[in-house]
Design a binder for this molecule. Structure first.
Ligand SMILES: *Cc1c(COP(=O)(O)O)cnc(C)c1O
Length: 445
């Protein structure tokens, strides 16, 4: 048994060639803390270890620290709107607009003609009205906040009727029943799990009914012996009963996705033209923009949302508004919509993907080009499959390879299954191919 001789000096490790480069990544303080923690461990165990091994352990600590920071990652999962990877990537034009606005002052709440205070909420309304047919709009932090604002404005201490087959939970703990409870509204569930009829809603009406609410199922479907209440039917009932009809549309398509080979998805315009009073949807799902919750609808109802004091806590900043405005602008024509990463990925042909795959196969001996399927994700279109092309690696240790890819300089998140690691090229931007190929070459070496 060796006699414990002590630990290396802090400055020796600070200057060690494999540790020193981390200073620019994590900062001097974090570097010192990682070294101190590692030296504490060495003292505690009282075993002599070579400097190289200790330096290696410090590097492992620093790697873990560096990957906990918010970093750019490459999404090779094939899920286009990956909630854990930040949902929709943003269009370059939108980012340029945000950069231009963010660097200086803006007329966010200033009326330039009158020279006095203006409203931050009115600007996005014009573009949204044009794209959806709605009279007015308001933008808040996310769709969950949008639903909260609607319920708080119209249904506190009152009843909200929702079909039992639409009581959805979205990933990350958004449950419609919980949001209603939080707002002091009473949820009145009607119908059965598979069948809901208009007469179920009609029977549940009471003098305390404040809202008839529809909700998009988003991430599940009910098949078989089913019946639903259509939007227009609910609107007609609401008119007769004098009750406001609202819809939590969630994914919020502005365009008919059949144009992109996907199944039919109810658009915001569909909901508006059914006569729904207020329609809520996300900015970073099928819209392809920043995280935001958008509510469009009748002018008088939107005005009431704007005068709820809660809006002050749910509002969005100038950068979000700039990103959203520019993304909406791109939605006006199919050609410009292709600049939105979500629609560019959706519109890429398998031939284009295969041509990119050839470059991978040429550079990396173990790579196979395979047919695969991409998914929309983000709690939208759970059954839609998009034909795609991927690069597969068969290995006895797929989890280890996937982990090694996540540790690449720009972390790469891949799919694992059937004894292989698969990189779906649809969600990898062409500009990222070089980084992915380089990482794979390093791993093969
Ligand atoms: C996604 C979704 C939400 C939550 O949207 P966020 O923008 O993530 O808050 C709410 N309702 C429905 C129906 C959804 O699909």
């Amino acid at each position: 048994m060796s006699v414990f001789r002590g630990v290396p000096a802090v400055h020796t490790l600070l200057e060690h060639p494999s540790v020193a480069p981390y200073e620019s990544l994590v900062g001097r303080d974090a570097l010192r803390r990682a070294i101190a923690d590692e030296l504490d461990r060495v003292r505690l165990h009282r075993v002599d270890e070579p400097l190289e091994l200790i330096a290696q352990r410090v590097v492992e600590r620093l790697d873990a620290l560096a990957t906990r920071a918010l970093v750019r990652v490459i999404n090779a999962t094939g899920t286009l709107l990956h909630t854990n990877l930040g949902r929709s990537p943003l269009a370059s034009a939108a980012l340029a607009a945000a950069s231009e606005l963010g660097e200086g002052y803006t007329n966010l709440e200033y009326d330039l003609l009158a020279g006095e205070r203006g409203s931050r909420y009115e600007r996005a309304s014009v573009a949204l009205a044009e794209l959806t047919g709605a009279q007015d709009a308001v933008v808040v932090n996310n769709c969950a906040a949008a639903v909260l604002l609607i319920v708080d404005t119209f249904a506190r201490d009152a009843e909200v009727i929702v079909s039992r087959n639409q009581l959805v939970e979205i990933g990350g703990g958004f449950r419609l029943p919980d949001v209603l409870a939080r707002s002091g509204a009473t949820l009145v569930e009607v119908g059965s799990t598979n069948k809901v009829y208009l007469r179920d809603v009609e029977t549940a009406l009471s003098p305390r009914t404040a809202l008839l609410m529809r909700s998009h199922r988003s991430n599940f479907s009910i098949e078989g012996f089913v019946h639903d209440v259509e939007g227009a039917e609910l609107v007609a009932l609401g008119k007769r009963a004098g009750v406001i009809v609202v819809e939590d549309l969630g994914s919020g398509a502005l365009v008919d996705l059949r144009e992109y080979g996907l199944p039919y998805e109810r658009t915001v315009r569909d909901a508006v033209s059914d006569g729904i009073g207020l329609v809520a949807f996300s900015g970073d799902k099928l819209l392809g923009g920043p995280q935001a919750g958008i509510i469009v609808g009748a002018r008088s109802l939107v005005a009431r949302l704007r005068s709820n004091p809660l809006i002050r806590a749910l509002r969005v900043d100038k950068v979000t508004l700039a990103l959203l405005a520019r993304t909406l602008h791109l939605h006006r024509a199919r050609e410009t919509r292709a600049e939105i990463p979500f629609y560019r990925m959706l519109g890429t042909s398998c031939e284009e993907l295969r041509a990119r795959g050839d470059a991978y196969a040429a550079a990396i001996p173990g790579a196979r080009i395979v047919d695969t399927e991409s998914f929309v994700g983000g709690g939208t279109l759970p059954h839609a499959r998009i034909p795609s092309v991927g690069i597969a690696f068969s290995t006895p240790y797929p989890d280890a390879l996937a982990e090694a890819l996540r540790r690449a300089r720009t972390p790469i998140v891949a799919r694992v299954g059937d004894g292989a690691v698969l990189l779906d090229l649809r969600t990898v931007a062409p500009s990222e191919d070089r980084a992915v190929i380089a990482a794979l070459e390093r791993l093969e070496a």
